[in-house]
Design a protein. Sequence first.
Length: 171
Amino acid sequence: MTDHIRNVLFLCTGNSARSLIAESILNREGAGRFRAFSAGSHPAAAPHPLALDLLRRQGHDTSTLRSKSWDEWAAPDAPAPDFVITVCDAAAAETCPIWPGQPITAHWGVPDPVAVTGSDVEKALAFAQTYRLMFRRIDLLLNLPLAALDRLAVKRHLDQIGTTPTDPENT
């Protein structure tokens, strides 16, 4: 693969938490090497407040984050993704739009923190666990020698990253 800034599109059904968290982490940690975006098949009205709060506390700029449809990224004038990564099982099972440029796809399923019920502390913990797992997986992506790998090897590595245990405390 050539050495250029790679576009990564993270997909989730609602685009209110997991995909936005991944987008934020990769845009900060991979600046100059990656440009991250996120979208959803059925986007929520807005990003989840706990996701925004967590990202702000982690030092991320959330001013441009919004829940958006994946149809925006299938439009002819949209940035062509090099990678499309689903982060929820529901989005991975859906029929995706045709992405320009034949991006490499992978599935990094992560439990939905929005679905957690219980106390405010339990909900905040779920979002923190999602952040840690996404951070770990993105760190693995950032450490791949992409320029030295062919498409099939990159696909294999991205798929392996998606099998990183969902509980970062057990790795």
